[in-house]
Design a binder for this molecule. Structure first.
Ligand code: PLP
Length: 399
């Protein structure tokens, strides 16, 4: 049996070059970066170097990069920190219906604290409507938080245009770029981004590390009170090894962007085209350049995503039926519902995400294994049986 990993949007392995740079910071270079002796200066310098690498990847100043304990933490900090610092000015936040739960659940929490949140709709490919955004902004709006690229269906939002609208209306703009880093060239200045979240473990770095870019001059409350680390905004002795790993990972990810994207796009399109040959399937998310290069998300009508996953696992294929954070729950993906899929179709979807370890053989293997699985599952499905009896009339009944 082959082992094929196609869940890179859930997490990635750590690259050997990344691990190599991290290793000494677990053993001989263990000094506390805040202390005053040789091994401490060394760790402090390593953190400075990592911060410099992150700032280069985003085109910002080193003083605008703050290390966090992951993407979720960066999202929470950006939204709660801006909300509490700007409470006097207003209580209105704008986000979308397709955000990661790290943003959505944070906004829901703030609603309980008296904030008002507008959740923008998306079209059938997952794009927001810029006019709807403009119309949603009021003089009470303090923050717009819109993800750069969607983790489930791969939709890349028009971030530069969103940033321009927010800048013109003098509203802060945060973007969750966890899926975008390493796939899209990012320039926070050109794109008018005020706050940006990223995570190490989606770009071949360690888990539990991330960063928040905070543009100089943005008012935001501190996240963790304590020592002076991260300019006293996020206290606590630095996770030196992981920060070093994040720095190396982001440098590698942005160095090879073009080559990486070419390969990913080729494999992605071969995968999508192959899977769409199975009858009664549909692609979720857009085609082309506005889709993440490694993302395929397909709905197979008449069957359950969970049963596809079990069968794929049996064949050595790691995939996802929605975002990893929601699998285990029976609710259909909020993203698929937001693009207009009815519940039964949202349940029948499969996400396959590619990465640096993916090969054409992997894609061929998936394309060989999936069609018979779908056939077998449909043969057992009462929905399929119903469809065969009613023919096209089935759809009139269902929708
Ligand atoms: C993975 C992910 C997160 C969460 O990052 P963690 O480092 O796992 O906390 C947030 N947003 C998006 C879009 C993601 O894909």
């Amino acid at each position: 049996m082959k082992n094929v990993y196609m869940d890179y949007a859930a997490t990635t392995y750590v690259k050997p070059e990344v691990l190599d740079e991290m290793m000494p910071f677990f053993t001989e270079k263990y000094g506390n970066p805040s202390s005053f002796y040789g091994i401490s200066r060394e760790t402090k310098m390593a953190i400075d170097k990592a911060r410099n690498r992150v700032s280069k990847a985003l085109n910002c100043d080193v003083s605008e990069v703050y290390f966090t304990g992951g993407g979720s933490e960066a999202d929470n900090w950006a939204i709660k920190g801006v909300a509490s610092a700007h409470r006097k000015k207003g209580n209105h936040i704008i986000t979308t219906k397709v955000e990661h739960h790290a943003v959505l659940h944070t906004c829901e929490y703030l609603e309980k604290q008296g904030f008002e949140v507008t959740y923008l709709n998306v079209d059938k490919e997952g794009f927001i409507d810029l006019e709807e955004l403009k119309n949603a902004i009021t003089d009470k709006t303090i923050l717009v938080s819109i993800m750069f690229a969607n983790n489930e269906i791969g939709t890349i939002q028009p971030v530069k245009e969103i940033g321009a609208i927010c800048r013109e209306r003098k509203v802060l703009f945060h973007t969750d770029a966890v899926q975008a880093v390493g796939n899209i060239a990012i320039d926070v200045k050109e794109m008018n981004i005020d706050l940006l979240s990223l995570a190490g473990h989606k770009i071949y770095g360690p888990k539990g590390t991330g960063a928040l870019y905070i543009r100089k001059g943005v008012r935001i409350d501190n996240l963790i009170h304590g020592g002076g680390q991260e300019r006293a905004r996020r206290a606590g002795t630095e996770n030196t090894a992981s920060i070093v790993g994040l720095g190396k990972a982001i440098e590698l990810a942005t160095e090879n962007l073009e080559e990486h994207n070419k390969k990913m796009t080729f494999l992605r399109d071969k995968l999508i085209d192959g899977l769409l040959k199975v009858p009664h399937t549909r692609l979720n998310g857009p085609r082309g350049d506005m889709r993440l290069p490694g993302n395929a998300n397909i709905t197979f009508e008449f069957i359950e995503g969970e049963s596809i996953l079990l069968s794929l696992d049996f064949e050595g294929i790691c995939a996802s039926s929605g975002s990893a954070c929601t699998s285990g729950s029976l609710d259909p993906s909020h993203v698929l519902l937001a693009i207009g899929l009815p519940h039964e179709l949202a349940h029948g979807s499969l996400r396959l995400t590619l990465g640096d370890g993916s090969t054409e053989e992997d894609v061929d293997y998936v394309l060989e294994v999936v069609p018979p699985i779908i056939k077998r599952l449909r043969d057992m499905s009462p929905l399929w049986e119903d469809f065969l009896k009613k023919g096209e009339k089935y759809y009139d009944v269902q929708r």
